[in-house]
Ligand binder design. Structure first.
Ligand SMILES: Cc1cc2nc3c(=O)[nH]c(=O)nc-3n(C[C@H](O)[C@H](O)[C@H](O)COP(=O)(O)OP(=O)(O)OC[C@H]3O[C@@H](n4cnc5c(N)ncnc54)[C@H](O)[C@@H]3O)c2cc1C
Length: 376
């Protein structure tokens, strides 16, 4: 079967890109190894730029009622006096972004495949890729598909990255993210994040009476927190937030995810493009991973629109030029934030508190960080 563009992986990033390039008039197929459409229960924060892209492809109107807007982010640490506060007013925006269930975005994207003429193949795993002069042959466990351009949106353990021999750097953050939802008594449109001695703990509002929690806990103690009863775990969260939080009651099961960093050394070569987690994976402490993946999809589709598929070399070099530095910058900022607040040495702590408090007062510095977070 012949296509112009083949997208491997139907997470939010691959699905959104498939719809966008199909709207440009290309013959597009999307392949996923899952037997049925994914429906993740995790809630994610999406920024204004991601919202615009979802709006452009006709999805935002269907998901906007389940997206909860937030106007403020407060970050502080448990021991020192480090404090940073970002708010929409300062940035002259109506809000900073939205919290939404990942499965809600996925469901609505997948429902739009048919009307946008995106052909989809569930339950097919890519096994091999072969290159000829102007065609790429993609062999799944069921058939052979050909295309001029292949997109690897197949997540952190990308097979497309491996088959295209794109090397990468990866390391463990030595932390496990524990995720759960809570009924809350204090309801503000504010993300609250505190850096505890065992890792960053965040509460993100998902509606008027509930928040989702992400606690990235050091691996040497995470097993203790996973073994606790719901009531014991809830008490630990309340203790860390203190009066910032009021009453909490857990309303979901706890899920957990090991945390790793990954950056591919190149994001595109020989007609193969990596987008989203297959190209880069960062710590979830600033909630930017998916946003940066949607940024990849927006950038790649713009390059395809302006160059056409005949000019692949230009698309490859422009995509690498535009997306690699942004994602490296983001990974470095996350590392600085994590190390800054997680620093145990007393002198570093003193420096850190001073630096973060100055950063909180100096608008240009904060503005730069906010730009990075909203313009990915
Ligand atoms: C705890 C936690 C909280 C987070 N919070 C946020 C947040 O608030 N905001 C934010 O922006 N980001 C957040 N992130 C990051 C975000 O979840 C990811 O960056 C994003 O989901 C990646 O999407 P993707 O489409 O690139 O990949 P995925 O969602 O991983 O999709 C990959 C798809 O490829 C398919 N696939 C895999 N291998 C094959 C194969 N060989 N053949 C065919 N198909 C294949 C899979 O079945 C899957 O459907 C968070 C991450 C974690 C761990």
């Amino acid at each position: 079967m012949n296509f112009d563009i083949l997208v491997i992986g139907s997470g939010v990033v691959g699905s959104a890109l498939a719809i966008k390039v199909s709207k440009l008039g290309y013959k597009v197929a999307i392949v996923d190894s899952k037997e049925s459409p994914p429906n993740s229960y995790r809630h994610l924060s999406i920024n204004q730029r991601s919202k615009s892209f979802l709006n452009e492809i006709g999805i935002w109107k269907d998901i906007k009622d389940s997206a909860f807007p937030y106007g403020r982010i407060k970050v502080w640490d448990q021991e020192g006096t480090g404090f940073i506060d970002f708010n929409a007013e300062e940035a002259q925006l109506a809000n900073l972004g939205y919290i939404i269930r990942e499965g809600e975005i996925q469901k609505n994207l997948i429902q739009k495949f048919k009307e946008n003429k995106v052909e989809n193949f569930w339950g097919e795993t890519v096994k091999q890729i072969n290159f000829s002069t102007n065609k790429i042959f993609c062999e799944t466990d069921k058939k052979v598909l050909t295309a001029k351009l292949i997109v690897g949106s197949d997540g952190m353990n990308s097979k497309i990255r491996e088959l295209s021999k794109i090397s990468y750097r990866s390391w463990s953050y030595n932390q496990t993210a524990v995720v759960a939802n809570f009924k809350t008594s204090i309801n503000e449109s504010c993300i609250k994040q505190t850096f505890t001695s065992i890792g960053p703990l965040a509460l993100l509002p998902i509606n008027d009476h509930e928040s989702t929690m992400i606690w990235s806990i050091d691996d040497d103690v995470s097993y203790k927190f996973l073994a606790m009863s719901d009531a014991e775990f809830t008490n630990e969260v309340i203790k860390k937030f203190g009066e910032q939080i009021g009453k909490l009651a857990m309303t979901s099961k706890r899920q957990h995810f090991p945390l790793h960093h990954l950056s591919a050394k190149t994001f595109a070569k020989k007609g193969v493009f990596l987008v989203g987690d297959s190209a880069h994976h960062i710590h979830p402490l600033a909630g930017l991973g998916l946003n940066s993946g949607i940024g990849d999809a927006a950038c790649l589709s713009e390059l395809i629109e302006s160059n056409g598929l005949e000019n692949l070399e230009e698309i490859i070099s422009a995509y690498n030029r535009k997306r690699i530095p942004i994602n490296l910058g983001l990974a470095a900022s996350m590392e600085a934030f994590k190390r800054g607040f997680g620093q145990k040495n007393i002198w570093m702590k003193l420096f850190r508190n001073t630096a973060f408090n100055i950063a909180n007062k100096i608008s240009p510095l904060k503005k730069k960080f906010m730009e990075l977070a909203t313009e990915l």
